[in-house]
Design a protein around this ligand. Structure first.
Ligand code: G3P
Length: 218
């Protein structure tokens, strides 16, 4: 499973990259707003230079021609940029055209298996089902991931399933069990994946015992 960080914060991205297990980045307009991005293109270029992996940058246009114009501009920013497009009719049309042009896409705001099937038929590189937001409204977000993985497997569809809107480590565990290709998560969740109190207690005891041994040898 690939790990992406869901953030536009350069410090968080650098921190995740330094862990050595980062495979990419996803951003969106809300994440850009959170860190007060002023020059979008410059910011995306900087993220692309930090990370050796795919960086999703989202269009804010909603009309076919405008999505194409904006997406082509974003695609030219760096070799590892992926154009993130919302799952609306004009977005699907644009993904089809981007696919024909060799521009890679991440189809975002997916909340149903039928949406995911359409995105894959249009040739999206990634599909982003938002599992946390489904859980928030009492739908089973993980069931959506499972349905998409099953459907894509049934037909050999190449679109990668990018589990998004991840809220806690168990989302990552379940998505991995189901076979999602990628999980994008906040830095706090990524750090949470490696934490265990028994590891901390065990290490503390090992180090104390080692100290005792050293003292006994003096
Ligand atoms: O990148 C999009 C997605 O991960 C958003 O997550 O937490 O805003 O639902 P969230």
């Amino acid at each position: 499973m690939k790990f992406f960080i869901d953030s536009a914060d350069l410090n968080e991205i650098k921190e995740a990259e330094a862990m050595g297990v980062l495979d990419g980045v996803t951003t969106n307009p809300s994440l850009c707003m959170k860190v007060g991005v002023t020059d979008f293109d410059k910011h995306i270029k900087e993220i692309c230079s930090i990370v050796d992996g795919d960086v999703s940058a989202e269009v804010v246009s909603t009309k076919y021609e405008e999505i194409l114009e904006e997406g082509r501009r974003i695609a030219a920013l760096a070799d590892n940029v992926v154009v993130k497009v919302p799952l609306i009719k004009d977005g699907i049309k644009a993904i089809k055209t981007f696919t024909e042009e060799g521009i890679r896409t991440n189809c975002t705001l997916c909340f149903s298996p039928t949406q995911a099937l359409i995105a894959a038929k249009a040739g999206a590189t990634y599909i982003s089902p938002f599992l946390g937001r489904l859980d928030d409204v009492s739908h089973d977000g993980m069931q959506l991931i499972e349905d998409i993985v099953t459907i894509y497997t049934n037909y050999g569809l190449q679109t990668e399933v990018l589990a998004a809107s991840i809220r806690h480590p168990m989302h990552v565990v379940e998505a991995a069990r189901i076979g999602a290709d990628v999980c994008t998560m906040p830095l706090s969740v990524m750090e949470g994946l490696l934490k265990h109190p028994l590891t901390d207690n065990g290490l503390k005891r090992f180090l104390e015992d080692w100290d005792k041994l050293q003292r006994s040898l003096k």
